[in-house]
Design a protein around this ligand. Structure first.
Ligand code: ARG
Length: 464
């Protein structure tokens, strides 16, 4: 088969090298962007008098047909044609003849591939943002039912202080909110047009890059032709944003795995998202959160591949850069899949209020409330902490919870303790005492929920 760049070559490409260098098996997904950018490029060439109207029309009609064939899977891929750009151009030539060769005027595959990838990732970012928004909505819906569900808040995986389950869920909502914003920040830098930079140095033809940018919905143009064709920061940045997202999914998944274990029994996951064991009939395994947790590894790996891929590359385009696609495609695919499966799973979570509430009291989780009470009696916090600690030790020795230590025993350790302490040592009282902004008191959490809904509403308004 004759290459589109074959003129300089006397010998054909080595067969294995053809397979080794081909990218069509993964970059074929860029065909809608490739056709779209080519069509706008063609219209610009006509507007600028670089092609005549008839040539432009022939090319546009041909491109539309190539797109149709690709959409219907009727265009067979050939590794000898390397990539999606070559497939489109060679099919165009087969359809409309030599005039197809005029499409590549004032353009190179270097600015072409960067343009296609930016268009593609821009769409992916928009879909991921919608996915994040949906998962946030599902978390708020679940949280709305659990403002007064108390659970043990942990540090070091040790029972620390009781919290509202809704408060815990809202913590994930905040992480996702930052992810949503980060996707938006990344989008601004993705959404710049490289096309018109040609191979690396610009082009002698009177192109109108600003018009092309506007037609393709780019916010601006890449200002330096050499940077335009060699920059993959936007790919790395998106992989980093995806990595943070996966880190958050992984933490949430880990909690689902722990909560659903019979060891804790805080929640029951929906059957449709679990699997059984082929040998142990009683098992119900949390495979979905486990896989989500596991998939964070590949996305982190992709971030590192991309960083390593680009480090030390001299300006400008190098073929190494073809290796950017598989990792970033897998990043967006993986994050998209995780968003979907988590958004579907969350509404099916059944919460065992009683088990959570009982666990919230285990481990002297209201010892801080005891210390805070003593502070109210004028005792410096450090001293109050010491006294409360001694009372906990007493309870450990007796094997009883703080609230069941007889008042006289307490008073023997600290005379300023009165009967008014006892109601403060329940988990409900402890949660409700924490009214500071951002704290876990029921009313505070209710307000946080309202704020979160409002922030969601503002986002949809901005989007519209
Ligand atoms: N398939 C190539 C890539 O993905 C397209 C650009 C090729 N450019 C070149 N000068 N060989 O990077």
């Amino acid at each position: 088969m004759s290459k589109l760049w074959g003129g300089r070559f006397a010998q054909p490409t080595d067969q294995f090298v053809e397979a080794f260098t081909a990218s069509i098996h993964y970059d074929s997904r860029l065909y809608p962007q490739d056709i779209r950018a080519s069509s706008v490029h063609c219209r610009m060439l006509v507007r600028q008098g670089i092609l005549d109207a008839a040539e432009g029309e022939a090319i546009l009609a041909g491109l539309a047909q190539v797109e149709q064939e690709l959409a219907e899977g009727r265009l067979p891929f050939q590794i000898g044609l390397e990539d999606i750009h070559m497939h489109v151009e060679s099919r165009l030539r087969a359809l409309i003849g030599p005039v197809a060769g005029k499409l590549h005027t004032a353009r190179s595959r270097n600015d072409q591939v960067a343009t296609d990838l930016r268009l593609y990732l821009r769409e992916q970012v928009d879909q991921l943002r919608e996915g994040v928004h949906l998962l946030q909505t599902r978390l708020l819906e679940l949280a709305a039912h659990h403002v007064e569900t108390v659970m043990p808040g942990l540090t070091h995986l040790q029972n620390a202080q009781p919290v509202s389950f809704a408060h815990h869920l809202l913590a994930y909502w905040e992480m996702l909110e930052r992810d949503w914003q980060r996707l938006g920040d990344a989008r601004r830098r993705i959404n710049q047009l490289p096309l018109g930079s040609a191979a690396l140095a610009g082009t002698p033809f009177p192109v109108d890059r600003l018009w092309v940018a506007q037609e393709l919905g780019f916010e601006g143009i890449c200002r330096n032709s050499m940077d335009a064709v060699s920059d993959r920061d936007f790919v790395i940045e998106l992989a980093a944003v995806c990595s943070l997202l996966m880190g958050h999914f992984s933490r949430f998944s880990e909690e689902l795995v722990m909560w659903s274990s019979p060891l804790l029994g805080f929640v029951e996951l929906p059957d449709g998202f679990c699997t059984g064991s082929s040998i142990m009939p009683q098992k119900k395994n949390p495979d979905v959160p486990e896989l989500v947790r596991g998939k964070s590894g590949r996305v982190f790996g992709h971030l590192f591949s991309l960083l390593t891929l680009m480090k030390g590359l001299p300006l400008t385009y190098n073929r190494d850069m073809q290796e950017d696609k598989e990792p970033i495609f897998d990043c967006v695919d993986t994050v998209g899949g995780c968003l979907r499966v988590l958004a579907d799973l969350v509404p099916g979570i059944v919460v065992r209020h009683g088990v959570m509430a009982d666990a919230a009291a285990v481990g002297f989780t209201t010892a801080t409330d005891l210390a805070d009470y003593l502070v109210g009696k004028g005792i410096p916090f450090r001293e109050a902490h010491e006294i409360s600690g001694r009372l906990v030790r007493l309870c450990v020795e007796r094997g009883c919870p703080l609230a069941q230590l007889p008042l006289q025993e307490m008073q023997r350790v600290e005379a300023r303790i009165d009967a008014d302490l006892l109601p403060l040592l329940t988990v409900q009282a402890s949660v409700n005492a924490r009214r500071s902004l951002g704290g876990t008191a029921f009313d505070t959490v209710r307000q946080a929920l309202r704020d979160a809904w409002m922030r969601m509403g503002q986002k949809t308004a901005e989007h519209a």
